[in-house]
Design a protein around this ligand. Structure first.
Ligand code: C2E
Ligand code: CA
Ligand code: CA
Length: 314
């Protein structure tokens, strides 16, 4: 507070002034404000955790679908299913907020099962109505806690019930899901593969040992995390990283999807780097199922040439 050798009176004066500045900077009772905000956050967390259990029965959930396009012709070859929750009092709660809580409490097992059933049922209807062809793929996010011994049976029954071939379903896993190579997880993954279900490694590049996972588990698709796509049009290393992931995809025979493409400039860099598949607001936001069905029969809105039907992501 005070310099060396100052008199007791100046020391007191400086201490006083330091206190004044501290108060001015953080406000009187600044710590109380922080406490209140924290208390509010934890109350909301508890409210969400409690409400999660009733979300399915309360019919508060629905699915949206975000198209994945082939950059060769901008045709829609696949779509990712994203969960939406609207609570009667709390309003819409983003999945980035409730999914981690549902993973903590274990509620994600039921929620994820519901998502799988709904998504496969929707795919069955679209297929029957000719909205999508047999080469279309629907991608569903999977949490680690869902990857248990009963999952392959659950998936197989849902596919059979709705007359959907297994190869029309991709399950998206993040690295954290496969970090634990327990026997149950490994067996469940092998059984899903044996069914013919496709696997995608989500948020690729954000984990700590992505390459190891590509070696250990056979993935059909790798999704480049949005954070790398974000940086593509700036000076930096993201171009090299994306280029390296694309080269890896080619040599391993794995499809690569770039996530979170928002601008023409990002798209153009991706095309120049040889990226074939992309997903993002530039092409489409996540769509309600009815909007998605309409979108499938429309020409590409942002580039307005007819898409080539039948060219697909294997
Ligand atoms: P994710 O699997 O990485 O999903 C992609 C997220 O990026 C979605 O957010 C999507 O709306 C958003 N997105 C797509 N294109 C763009 C873009 O161009 N720019 C930006 N800024 N964002 C874009 P959403 O729907 O909020 O979901 C967030 C996360 O919640 C998902 O990340 C996923 O981890 C999780 N999640 C969503 N639905 C489910 C589900 O059914 N089960 C599980 N386990 N997790 C889910
Ligand atoms: Ca995903
Ligand atoms: Ca992702």
């Amino acid at each position: 507070v005070a310099g060396d050798g100052d008199s007791p009176s100046s020391l007191l004066r400086d201490a006083d002034s330091a206190m004044y500045h501290a108060k001015r900077r953080s406000g009187r009772g600044g710590l109380c404000v922080f406490d209140a905000a924290q208390r509010e956050r934890s109350l909301r967390r508890v409210a969400i955790e409690q409400a999660l259990a009733g979300a399915i029965a309360g019919r508060q959930l629905h699915l949206v679908m975000q198209p994945i396009v082939d950059l060769h012709d901008d045709g829609i070859v696949a779509a990712e299913v994203l969960l939406r929750w609207t609570h009667p009092e709390l309003g819409p709660i983003p999945p980035a907020e409730f999914v981690p809580l549902a993973e903590d409490t274990g509620a994600i097992v039921d929620l994820g099962g519901w998502v799988l059933d709904e998504a496969i049922a929707q795919l069955g209807r679209w297929r029957a109505d000719g909205v999508v062809g047999g080469a279309f793929v629907l991608s569903v996010n999977l949490s680690g806690r869902q990857l248990r011994s009963d999952l392959p049976g659950h998936v197989a029954r849902a596919l059979r019930r709705h007359d959907v071939p297994a190869r029309m379903l991709t399950l998206e896993l993040t690295e954290s899901v496969i970090l634990d190579p327990s026997e149950e997880t490994t067996t469940a993954l092998a059984e899903l593969r044996a069914l013919g279900v496709l696997l995608a490694l989500d948020d690729f590049g954000t984990g700590w040992s992505s390459l190891t996972h590509l070696q250990r588990t056979r993935f059909d698709t790798v999704k480049i995390d949005r954070s790398f796509v974000d940086g593509l049009t700036y000076q930096g290393q993201d171009r090299s990283i994306v280029g390296a992931i694309l080269a890896l995809g080619t040599s391993l025979g794995v499809h690569v999807v770039a996530e979170g493409v928002e601008t023409r400039a990002q798209r153009d860099v991706l095309v120049a780097l040889g990226c074939r598949y992309a997903q993002g607001y530039l092409f489409d936001r996540p769509l309600e199922p009815a909007q998605f069905a309409e979108r499938m029969v429309q020409p590409v809105p942002w580039r307005s040439h007819l898409r080539v039907v039948g060219d697909t992501m294997p």
